[in-house]
Every structure is written in C-alpha cells, then in structure tokens.
Design a protein around this ligand. Structure first.
Ligand code: SAH
Ligand code: SF4
Ligand code: F3S
Length: 473
C-alpha cells in the first residue's frame, strides 16, 4: 500500500477534535498518515463548525485558500466535513469547484469507501445522511500526539433540546448514546496508550442513555471510575435543566471525577432564558450551583453566556452580570448572539445592534476578569495536584511580567486550572517521568490568566502503579 499524507484542519468544539481523530483513525488503513504541511498533502480535510456566523466564514475562507494549492497540485483531494458540510451539503460543491467530497457529521465511518471511489475515479461525492441511531459504535480511535496525557471520548451525539438560538440539533441530528461497553473499551485502549485523563463528551451528558434504556450517566461515570490506570475523569457539557441529584452526589463519591463542572447558563434573566427555550429559571440554576457546592465545596464552576440575544434589554443584561457576581465562576466563555440558519431565534424581533452587543460582551468579560484575578490570588499558598501535560507553551501575553524563574512545565489541576512550574534539571533529562505523572505544586504567584508554582512533591511514576518518588525541589 502506498503511503499518502493527510492534513486535517479542525474548527469548532471538542466534538470536532474527537471526530478529527476518528477521521484519521478510519483513513489510516487506506495508507494515510498525518502531516502539518498542507502543501505536501495528498488529501486535505476541513472539519468545520457553524455555531456562529464567524465560524462558518472561517471555514469558507480556509477552503477558498485551498483552491490555489489545488491549482498547483491537481491530484490533491479536498474534503469538507463537520457541521458546515452537514448544513450546506451539495451547495458547497456548487460554490467551490475544487472540493471533491462533502461529508456530514454522521458519515465518518463511510469515509474509507468514499475516499477509495474518489481515488479511483475522481468523482465528486456528497454524503449528508443523518440517522437517528448510531450505526457504527467503534471504537476506532486515531493516533495520539507524542506525550498526550488527556483524550476526548464522545459518549453520545446529537441534541434534542432545540435552544432557539442553536444550530446543533440541525447539524448533529437526534440525540443518541453509545453503548457503555464500547465507551469503556475505548477508554481502556487509551489508557494502554498512555492516557491518564479522559473527558466524556456530549451536548447534554445528563441525558446519556435515557432514550436507549442504557445505564444513567452517573452509572456510566462509576464504571469509568473503575478503569485501572486511569487517573482522572472530566465531562462536558451538562445542561442545567437535567443536572440530577444523583449526578451532583457523584462529585462527592467518585475518586477520579475532577472537581470541575461546566454548567452553561447563557443568561441570568428568566425572560431571556424562556425565549432561549432553556427550560430552567435563574433560581433553579442557582439552587443547583448551591447543591454542587455543598457536596463538593472546592468545585470549580465555569459557564457559557450569550450577550445580545434578540430582545435582551439593558436591565436583563444587568441580571446576567448580577448572576456572574453571585456565582463567582472560575471562568467563562461569552459570545455575541449570532443568527443561525434553521434556528428559530433568527426570526425573532428585537435584534440588538452590533455595537451594543460588543459593549455588553466587554462589560461581561471585564467583570469576569476581576473575579478570575481575585480567585487566582486566593489560590496563592495553596498546594494543588496537577496532571503534568508537558513543557509549558508560555504564559498569556499580558502576564509576561511574571517574576517566576525558569517556568518550564505545565500541568492541569482537578479544578482545570493550568499551573506552570519549574523542575529540577535532573528531572528535565527524564521527561518520561514527568509527562503524564501527578505532581503537587505549591502556588507561588497568580496573574489574570495564569498561575505558577513550585514542585513540592512528585512526580508519581508515569504508570500510576509504581508508587511515588519524592523530589527535593
Ligand atoms: N450543548 C452545549 C453547548 C454547545 S454550543 C450547551 O447546551 O451548553 C457552545 C456555546 O455556543 C453555547 O453554550 C452558547 O453559549 C454558544 N452559542 C450557541 N449558539 C449560538 C449563537 N447562535 N450565537 C452565539 N452563541 C451561540
Ligand atoms: Fe445547542 Fe441547546 Fe443543544 Fe446545547 S443544549 S447543543 S445549546 S440546542
Ligand atoms: Fe461547532 Fe458543530 Fe461543535 S457547530 S460547536 S463543531 S457541534
């Protein structure tokens, strides 16, 4: 079999990152191996996102640039996958003559056959069929990057919630869950490959297994917790309306479950939440936050917000700011509302002008910046266990005044904070001991975007079961 080079460019959420890995996995038997260099690739795949207009534009502008590369190399196969592919289908082929293949979000396991057909007859193909059930339940996990200690595992696909602003139910299809045995099998395989942490993915993990009568999400977590060699479990995303008492209690019960929950609220105003079709009130949300903090007092809570939803008044936006002050999140993602095809809110009246959206976004981010800074300051002097991810990729640009000497490594705490730290030279020569190990870091300094500290204990052995080594740092 001839060896061929494949470049995959990924735009969008963690699910697309997972799908990209699956795509690499299903195409490996055809002889494709990954390359970062587009110009030398035999096939380029763009895995696209359409959650906001900007994401869609990004996909089309990247595809536009590929036309030139294909001109120089006419045998190049150009494929478009993901959510824009699902949304636009055939229209992409019409608009872009250099595109050979458009495959939707449910077509990944049909890729090998389609790519073979294109290789042999240079035909153009569109496959955007959606199915209500999972036809192929893996595991087909693609290659890991060198020293990768954390991996995504999709446990369910699609979404049945139909929030009025959201395109996801239209491009990812109906909610469907994978079988728990397949999920556990895939995680075991990842652990054997060196992974220590998994993040279980779904648009609404709380409703995992409901439709199919499989186990509950809390039961799935308990099974995953029992996997030998796995150190940590994370999950995302949790829809507040379905966050059950059982799942809340899980935070106090499972040893490997990280003390972090991403609980997107979108708005702090009941009227806006209703028009968004979120199906919970501000009070119900705050009650769940309070219960989480009773069960797990140090739990880190993060969220997503949309500013400038159609009809959002200044007073309603103030309620959102007020909710942020009340919850005091560890961090958040905030987005300006964007009209999406098929999403009902696109037809709502009371659209908010762009400058107003920008102003609200800035006010929200400024508020969170202060809260994050205060929370970071409060962590100074504390010791946190991190899973060491590898050499530090550098600090955020506005934290360059940091006074810490020789910051060279970074790890993630259970609360999902990245903590930078220096390590003794002797250990630097034995990288394999550090990456993928657990180490205790005493936090010495905090900035708006970063934390740094001193290695005080660890690393434990790279394989967890070998026990600990104490290091004089
Ligand atoms: N399933 C997840 C979110 C998936 S989309 C959940 O329910 O929380 C990720 C985030 O994008 C959403 O939480 C929302 O904040 C944002 N988003 C979705 N549609 C959007 C739109 N039309 N305009 C702006 N932001 C949007
Ligand atoms: Fe979109 Fe709502 Fe589904 Fe999340 S729960 S993916 S925001 S429709
Ligand atoms: Fe984007 Fe699709 Fe994810 S629209 S956010 S890549 S589900």
């Amino acid at each position: 079999m001839t060896s061929k080079l494949l470049h995959i460019s990924t735009i969008g959420c963690q699910m697309n990152v997972y799908d990209t890995n699956q795509i690499a996995g299903v195409l490996a038997p055809l002889g494709y191996t990954g390359t970062d260099v587009i110009e030398s690739a035999d096939m380029v795949i763009v895995n696209t996102c359409t959650i906001r207009e900007k994401a869609e534009q990004k996909a089309f502008s990247f595809l536009g640039r590929l036309a030139k590369i294909k001109n120089a190399n006419p045998s190049l196969i150009v494929a478009v996958g993901g959510c824009v592919a699902q949304q636009e289908g055939e229209a992409i082929l019409k608009r872009m003559p250099h595109v050979d293949l458009v495959f939707g979000t449910h077509a990944i396991f049909r890729l090998p056959e389609m790519v073979r057909r294109i290789e042999s007859s240079r035909c153009r193909i569109v496959d955007v069929r959606l199915s209500d059930t999972i036809e192929f339940d893996g595991p087909v996990a693609g290659p890991l990057t060198d020293g990768q200690v954390s991996a995504f595992v999709t446990i369910m696909r699609g979404c049945d919630n139909y929030c009025t602003y959201c395109v996801v139910p239209h491009v990812r299809g109906r909610e469907a869950s994978r079988h728990p045995d397949r999920i556990v099998e895939e995680i075991r395989m990842r652990v054997d490959q060196g992974v220590r942490e998994v993040t279980l993915l779904g648009q609404n993990v709380n409703s995992y297994g409901n439709k199919e009568g499989l186990c509950s999400f809390a039961e799935l977590l308990a099974r995953v917790d029992g996997i030998d060699g796995l150190g940590r479990i994370r999950f995302t995303t949790s829809h507040p309306k379905d966050l059950s008492g059982d799942l809340i209690r899980t935070f106090g019960r499972l040893e490997k479950l990280c003390h972090h929950i991403h609980l997107p609220v979108q708005s702090g105003d009941d009227g806006t939440l209703k028009r968004m079709n979120r199906k919970y009130t501000r009070n119900a949300y705050l009650e769940k936050v309070a219960r989480l903090r009773v069960v797990c007092p140090d739990i880190a809570i993060t969220s997503d917000f949309i500013v400038g939803f159609p009809g959002e008044t200044d007073r309603q936006f103030q309620s959102t700011l007020d909710l942020i002050e009340t919850v005091r999140y560890e961090g958040l993602f905030a987005f300006m509302y964007s009209d999406r095809p098929n999403a009902p809110a696109a037809a709502f009246s009371g659209k908010i002008a762009e400058p107003v959206k920008k102003e609200r976004l800035q006010a929200l981010l400024d508020l969170q910046k202060r809260i994050t800074w205060e929370k970071h300051q409060a962590m100074v002097g504390q010791t946190r266990q991190v899973l060491v991810e590898g050499p530090s990729r550098g600090l955020a640009s506005d934290d360059t005044d940091i006074a810490a000497p020789q910051i060279r490594w970074a790890g993630r705490s259970s609360s999902n904070h990245i903590i930078h730290f220096a390590v003794p030279d002797a250990l630097l020569e034995r990288k394999e001991l550090l990456t993928g190990s657990f180490a205790d870091i005493m936090i010495k300094g905090a900035h708006a975007h970063s934390l740094w500290g001193r290695l005080i204990h660890g690393p434990m052995s790279a394989t967890l079961e070998k026990g600990e080594t104490t290091i004089a740092a």
